[in-house]
Ligand binder design. Sequence first.
Ligand SMILES: *Cc1c(COP(=O)(O)O)cnc(C)c1O
Length: 464
Amino acid sequence: MTTTGTLPTTATTSIPVITRIEDVPQIARKIVTAIPGPLTLALQKDYDRYVSPGVGQHEPIFADSASGATITDVDGNRYIDLAAGIAVASVGNTAPEVSTAVQKQAAKLLHTCFATTPYAGYVEVCKKLAEHTPGDFPKKSLLLNSGAEAVENAVKIARKYSGKSAVIVMENAFHGRTNLTMSMTTKANPYKAGFGGFAPDIYRVPFSYPLRDQFGADGAAAARKAVEEIALKVDPSDIAAIIAEPVQGEGGFIVPAPGFLEGLLDWAHKNGIIYISDEIQSGFCRTGEWFAGTHFGIVPDLITTAKALGGGMPISAVTGRAEIMDSVQAGGLGGTYSGNPVSCAAALASIDIMERKNLPARAAHIGELATELLAPLAASSVVAEVRGLGAMIGVEFVRPGTLEPNGDLVKRIMARAPQAGLIILSCGIYGNVIRLLPPLTISDAELTEALTTLCAVAFEEAAE
Ligand SMILES: *Cc1c(COP(=O)(O)O)cnc(C)c1O
């Protein structure tokens, strides 16, 4: 196995390897019924009858409550949460400080529409964004509701400022489900199949994928190749923006080789092109820095954030150089609900927890402990690589001893995980990566129980 990113490559061998799920003591987990349980099955009937199947359902679990790093279902089963609602609950599930802030705000002011009658919370969130995002220059922000909306608006702003229209995106990228953002996304299934026509003026070039591309750890060479392809496909003078996730999320938790993002950004700036960093999944302490691009020294012109920003409430943002943000006419950006007062209160409470509990340091610690705990899996012939930055960790599964993606095994692990008391997610262009996104407040004991269980699940399924 190989590791990339900042995960240490040495693992202690003193941790005993447990290969059977039933041998891992249930402490934080508590599975008391068959999974799915009886109340879940009853709910599932109505779900099947009334909910659009387009939404998808990873697990046969209906959540009743969640706290810290655990989720309890309607049948009373308690799971350790390694998904955090897709990197949203970084400050912990139902964090008391966030819940209290939401309740207080909800009792005082629910909505005015910020463009109609402004309120302090929105301005305060923009101030925090200016303070925490990379770059020592004046910055301004726009608040929105979802990640896709943030990406759409970043592109609108880049086009307005530059007067150009072409947008460069990365292979394996995920940017959302609206027309523009699904067009910018690589994977056809499930994100694009049957949903065309797609937005024009989008050009896709390879992202650095050290495990699988010809450049391996030579990120500068991968960047030169990407730039060469860009120039073949579109004249650089027609390009408004290049957009990249510093660590690809949905695409497979791919950490680019050092030198790749730097090379792209450098080329963008030499050609008068705006560089947009999509930190919707990787941002807000997840990788051991406030923003993942910092690991590579990336200071983007525009940055998109969402997910962990709201601590569980819907809110997203575009933050960028003031001169770029200032180029847009009043009324051109925003929306009725954008930057809702309750979501702003949740964001302020979440950022406060991140600051007080030093969650970047906590994320780095999670990365180190996880590397040790996943070492038995990393050494197995069905795992090509355990990789990641901080608490954004991917385990890429392959057919034994090859690099051939093993999506079937990941499907089996995903199906088995709830029975073992775990909530996990998969990802990857081939669907062969298990991604781990625990709440950053997870205790060492909970993480140890969860990852020991995950190894046992994988060993049992790989042996089938
Ligand atoms: C989740 C995600 C989005 C889309 O966010 P939504 O809130 O689901 O619209 C965009 N970019 C990245 C990198 C994401 O992880």
